[in-house]
Design a binder for this molecule. Structure first.
Ligand SMILES: C[S@@+](CC[C@H](N)C(=O)[O-])C[C@H]1O[C@@H](n2cnc3c(N)ncnc32)[C@H](O)[C@@H]1O
Length: 337
């Protein structure tokens, strides 16, 4: 599917231009030209094992969409008051990863996540919709009839609604701000559950998997990308240092425990694809760009302290990617009919 799509869209720059989000800077970033270096299928790794405990299966039906509150989130994790994805971080991540994208790989990586998953005419739940480009791609590039994007913070929801409005797809895409926790939807509400690099913020993967299973129709598909850690147990000192530098509420599961969470929720055909080899290469390019000739311009636009901090983050990110401990994965599964 990826290669078919790749023939249709010859480059990310072209897609940005066609979407009306042309960015000369985006077109110049080398990793955005190299995104199609591997289909990822040769990196396939199926894993199994044991993982999270915590919140029981949820059977919420027709809950009102909850507003953020200082309560407990999924898996009993305290909800922080601080905005993590603020406008400054959104602007920077979109510069490095493409307009509307707060995760690596842009539209090409969305295509790879959707390998073998047809969303044409489907109602898709996008968990952690960020600033909206994935939801728009699901409608405009893949023919989803409807996308419900959920996120937990106002700045990303505002950015996504604005992007959806500018793209002219407000009748197909709704962006809902929800509390972290059980998905506030009826059983069987969706044909497909999609997520791009957001479930890392949900500590209880078992509860997430049960929730995704519940809101899917029989035969529904789960297709996600997420940032994983290669092993169970506590992160290494190097990984702990990286996560601390990020300053985000990362909760990284192992491929083995992720697969188990999905299978125990009832999913079948659980497939995990290790994206570490791809992102280790791309992140090194991103770091080279951050510390290269564009750094003064980046500092002028985003703030010197902010860019200095991002360089520290990327330096540590590249380290844990090179060691293999940080291993982004694609996760696909099916709810039995
Ligand atoms: C790395 S960004 C990815 C955004 C988008 N999927 C993309 O690829 O551009 C992670 C997103 O997950 C959101 N998020 C954090 N905790 C969440 C939760 N419990 N449920 C849903 N989304 C969450 C964040 O606010 C952020 O927008």
């Amino acid at each position: 599917m990826f290669w078919a799509w790749a023939k249709h869209v010859s480059s990310m720059a072209e897609l940005l231009r066609r979407s009306g989000h042309t960015s000369a800077r985006a077109a110049q970033r080398p990793w955005l030209r190299d995104l199609r270096g591997s289909s990822g299928e040769d990196l396939k790794a199926r894993e199994g094992g044991a993982f999270c405990q915590g919140e029981g299966a949820q059977t919420q039906k027709d809950l009102p969409y909850q507003q953020a509150s200082p309560s407990c989130g999924t898996g009993g994790m305290p909800v922080h008051d601080e905005i993590l994805y603020n406008n400054q971080l959104i602007a920077f991540l979109e510069e490095i990863w493409g307009d509307g994208y707060l995760s690596p790989g842009g539209p090409d990586e969305v295509a790879r996540v959707l390998t073998g998953v047809d969303v044409t005419g489907q109602h898709v739940l996008d968990i952690g919709s960020g600033s909206g480009a994935c939801a728009i791609a699901l409608v405009q590039e893949y023919g989803a009839s409807r996308v419900t994007g959920i996120d937990v913070e106002d700045p990303v929801c505002d950015a996504a609604r604005d992007r959806v409005s500018r793209a002219g797809v407000t009748t197909q895409i709704e962006i809902l701000k929800v509390d972290p926790g059980p998905f506030p939807f009826a059983d069987g509400a969706f044909d497909v559950v999609f997520s791009k690099d957001a479930i890392i913020h949900i500590p209880d993967k078992a509860a997430m998997a049960r929730g995704a299973f519940r809101v899917l129709k029989p035969g529904g598909r789960f297709a996600a990308s997420d940032w994983l850690m290669s092993h169970d147990g506590p992160p290494s000192a190097q990984m702990t240092d990286y996560i601390k530098e990020e300053g985000l509420d990362f909760a990284m599961a192992s491929p083995r425990s992720y697969a188990t969470a999905m299978e125990q929720a009832g999913f079948v055909d659980v497939e995990l694809v290790n994206r570490n080899p791809w992102y280790a290469k791309v992140a090194a390019q991103e770091l080279a760009w951050l510390v290269g000739p564009d750094r003064p311009d980046l500092s002028a636009r985003h703030g010197q302290d902010f860019i200095d901090h991002q360089v520290d983050i990327w330096t540590k990110l590249v380290g844990v990617l090179e060691s293999g401990e940080h291993c982004p994965h694609h996760i696909r599964a099916r709810k039995p009919v």
